[in-house]
Design a protein around this ligand. Structure first.
Ligand code: FAS
Ligand code: PHB
Length: 394
């Protein structure tokens, strides 16, 4: 048995990129269908990003999903960089006049799902063998099976919002697609605990034993990360071992305020920088992790996905409202110009804040010298601040 469906934009992926795109299109009266290989509870259960740039806060507010974010999110006007226990605050409010909002990606996803569902959005979960086809035609299709039933969605445009391991990027022919990648020789071990955070603001720490990050989800729920071996196994990390290592890396003064507790989530994420060009092929458009990955050091992954979606929704809405395709034509070029600048910042901060096995004594001194320069130079701290709060959309 097979079923056919028709929509304007078929969105592959119900993560933050796909959900926000569907909402922005719906707000402009453009119909979409959202297909995901997982279901809502699985997607909401993934613990990921924690910091929202001002552009992301604006986009979610404009989309009509900002109420809980503004009530529960924590406004942060600065964060700290630390080297071997010495801490330097980056005053992002003084440098940029802006702030960031600490509000977990999990909550953003829940808010988007709630509104999309309340508005009767068409979702297909647990989709298998999702296959985009006909991208070079004006009637592309996405076929898949769901509970054994073959489905085909015919549309005007396909939005590939299916993350790094999705199928959309792979639907672009090899002789068209160019990819750029840097895989880091370490991963991040993340831990979530119901304990007040060690500090009011985030602390990014570089220590001889490795990087550590002290973050949070609320005043009672903390999120911590430790740099670990690339192939490390979370089973090697008891809570006790995690807390002891974190205390070493953040230094005695900070560790004195550390409230340890049982982990409610613990996982290891690999780190890579990755970009795929172009982000458009015929009537297929890529957005979010489907097209690029940044190491989480700069808190950019989710925010970059939102920026892509703001530009893609603008292009698609323009086409349906006016018939012109100016921004559809320039989408890939405009969005990639910003992607590369954000890749640069995430790569730069990762190089500054982590211990690299291949680093010589000289390169370790270069890291320390860059930190010391940041501490003394207003200009250097300002550049960090303006990237952290988010670059202009274009
Ligand atoms: P997502 O990966 O979130 O969503 C893609 C969706 O597509 C998923 O729901 C998936 O099920 C679906 N999909 C995949 N293949 C499919 C197929 N064939 N058919 C249909 N659907 C398919 N960013 C930060 O800023 N800070 C962090 O601390 C941080 N930590 C992270 C930790 C991990 C383990 C990972 C993987 C990422 C992390 N990120 C972090 C980055 C993350 O937040 C992403 O940038 C963000 O989820 C991007 O959103 P999407 O582009 O929507 O992709
Ligand atoms: C998080 O809280 O998960 C987080 C915050 C900042 C980052 C990365 C992750 O740079």
């Amino acid at each position: 048995m097979s079923k056919s469906h028709r929509t304007s934009v078929c969105i592959i992926g119900a993560g933050p990129a796909g959900l926000l795109l569907s909402q922005l299109l719906a707000n402009a009266g453009v119909d979409s269908i959202v297909i995901d290989r997982r279901d809502r509870s699985y997607i909401e259960g993934r613990i990921r990003a924690g910091v929202l740039e001002r552009g992301t806060v604006d986009a979610l507010t404009e989309a009509g999903v900002g109420d809980r974010m503004h009530q529960e999110g924590l406004v942060h006007e600065g964060f700290e960089l630390a080297f071997d226990g010495e801490r330097h605050r980056i005053d992002i409010a003084a440098h940029t006049g802006a702030s960031v909002l600490v509000y977990g990606q999990t909550e953003v996803t829940k808010d988007l799902f709630d509104k999309r569902t309340a508005e009767g959005a068409r979702f297909f979960f647990n989709a298998e063998d999702v296959t985009p086809e006909g991208m070079k035609t004006d009637q592309p299709t996405v076929s898949f099976t769901q509970n054994g039933t073959a489905m085909t969605v015919t549309c005007d445009y396909i939005a590939g919002c299916d993350g790094f391991h999705g199928v959309s990027r792979r639907a672009i022919p090899r002789d068209v697609l160019n990819t750029f990648e840097r895989v880091y020789p370490f991963g991040w071990l993340g831990l979530l605990t119901e304990r007040p955070p060690v500090s009011d603001e985030l602390i990014y720490a570089n220590h001889a034993r490795g990087f550590a990050l002290c973050s949070m989800r609320s005043q009672t729920r903390s999120r911590y990360y430790l740099q670990c071996e690339a192939g490390d196994d979370v089973a090697n990390w008891s809570d006790t071992r995690f807390w002891e290592e974190l205390a070493r890396r953040i230094g005695e003064a900070s560790a004195a305020d550390l409230q340890t507790g049982p982990s409610i989530e613990k996982s290891i994420a690999p780190l890579r920088s990755f970009v795929a060009e172009p982000m458009r092929y015929g009537n297929l458009f890529l957005a979010g992790d489907a097209a690029h990955i940044v190491p989480p050091t700069g808190a950019k992954g989710l925010n970059l996905a939102v920026a892509d979606v703001r530009l893609l929704s603008r292009a698609l809405i323009e086409r349906y409202r006016t018939g012109t395709t100016e921004h559809i034509g320039s989408y890939s070029q405009i969005v990639l110009a910003r992607v590369w600048k954000v890749e640069r910042f995430s790569w730069q901060l990762s190089n500054l804040m982590h211990q690299f096995p291949e680093h010589s004594a000289f390169e370790k001194r270069m890291q320390r010298a860059e930190f010391d320069y940041l501490v003394q130079s207003e200009a250097a701290s300002k550049t960090i601040a303006e990237n952290y709060v988010g670059l202009p959309l274009e």
